[in-house]
Ligand binder design. Structure first.
Ligand SMILES: NC(=O)c1ccc[n+]([C@@H]2O[C@H](COP(=O)([O-])OP(=O)(O)OC[C@H]3O[C@@H](n4cnc5c(N)ncnc54)[C@H](OP(=O)(O)O)[C@@H]3O)[C@@H](O)[C@H]2O)c1
Length: 304
């Protein structure tokens, strides 16, 4: 792919999604600018050492967003959400709309917004999904080439400490024979870079993105093989769900469909021929975190 001179501005480049998009854009020969809160942070310095133009900014500071957009040809927009505990759903909506509007004012040609697979015209009752539906509705009104990607649940979330791996078990939302789509964070950029390479083709599209689909028993088998010992899979117990409205809300959305993921995996493979299966991700970029989780006790901070 040829080098494009005007940069793509990536939000969240020190995080999972923006980091993945940055990697893929750099690999495709695209110039990248990253808006970061602290250019002196270890992650920001690493980005700069890889040729990323790092600029200081904050989602709460519209002037800094506008300044960062000067001369860019495209924007990858992602915001943190309320389950991290650092901002409200209303903040997320305000930030998402501010970034979109700033892109229009700056004359940016292409805008890619990362939403979530569960977002829908119908309210889900989960604030951090409905916030994204609200931002999506605004993005669809933009007078520029926009594309919305909807990432399903990240595989990388499965190997966070707190789901029981250190005790030889693994608990999650799906029943043992229930399917759920997952997305390797590493794949996100590989889906998004082709969108930036062909703005016209993808303009006006909303694309749910996923890497693979697995059942609880398939997770059990893959984890047991990778651990070299038995890992028993179960759905979160009724007791745990009854005590956690956040978890039970998500579980209900899996049972009713939206959280299960509905990406067209054949289309995903065309968009990203290097797409990872759950097993290949676990043997590759997921391996280190999985090994760490096997030896780490803890509790996933889901009790909100
Ligand atoms: N987990 C899942 O399965 C899943 C699935 C689909 C969608 N999502 C959505 O993904 C989003 C989070 O993306 P992620 O996982 O890539 O995030 P992440 O890894 O937690 O990274 C957050 C990024 O946002 C930046 N950031 C935070 N506050 C900022 C501010 N005030 N101004 C500018 N930048 C700020 C951080 O930069 P610094 O800290 O370096 O400043 C960091 O780069 C959420 O909206 C979530 O709902 C998650």
């Amino acid at each position: 792919m040829s080098q494009t001179i005007a940069p793509v501005l990536v939000f969240g480049a020190t995080g999972q999604q923006g980091g993945s998009v940055t990697n893929a854009l750099l690999k495709a020969g695209q110039t990248v600018r990253a808006l970061v809160r602290d250019p002196a942070s270890v992650k920001a310095i690493k980005l700069a050492s890889r040729g990323v133009e790092v600029v200081r900014g904050d989602l709460s500071d519209t002037a800094s967003i506008e300044e960062a957009m000067s001369g860019v040809r495209g924007v990858f927009s992602v915001q943190p959400s309320s389950p991290t505990g650092t901002l409200t759903d209303a903040d997320e909506v305000r930030y998402g709309i501010a970034v979109a509007d700033a892109a229009v004012r700056a004359g940016v040609e292409q805008f890619v917004y990362s939403s979530v697979g569960t977002a829908s015209d119908e309210p889900t009752g989960m604030g951090h999904f409905d916030s994204k539906a609200e931002i999506e509705a605004h993005v669809r009104t933009l007078p520029i080439a926009w594309t919305i990607v909807r990432p399903v649940a990240f595989m990388d979330m499965l190997v966070m400490p707190g789901f029981g791996l250190d005790e030889g078990r693994f608990s999650f939302f799906a029943g043992r024979d229930q399917t759920m789509q997952f997305l390797a964070v590493e794949d996100i950029g590989k889906f998004v870079a082709p969108i930036f390479a062909d703005p016209e083709r993808f303009a006006g599209q909303t694309i749910e993105i996923a890497s693979d689909i697995v059942t609880g028993t398939e997770i059990e088998a893959a984890f047991s093989r990778a651990a070299g010992r038995s890992i028993t899979y179960s759905r979160f117990s009724d007791e745990v769900l009854a005590a956690n409205p956040f978890l039970s809300g998500l579980t209900a959305l899996l049972d009713s469909g939206p959280l299960a993921g509905h990406a067209d995996l054949a289309e995903m493979r065309q968009l990203n021929p290097e797409i990872l299966t759950f097993e290949s991700w676990l043997a590759g970029s997921g391996r280190e975190a999985f090994q760490l989780a096997l030896g780490t006790s803890g509790q996933w901070d889901y009790n909100r």
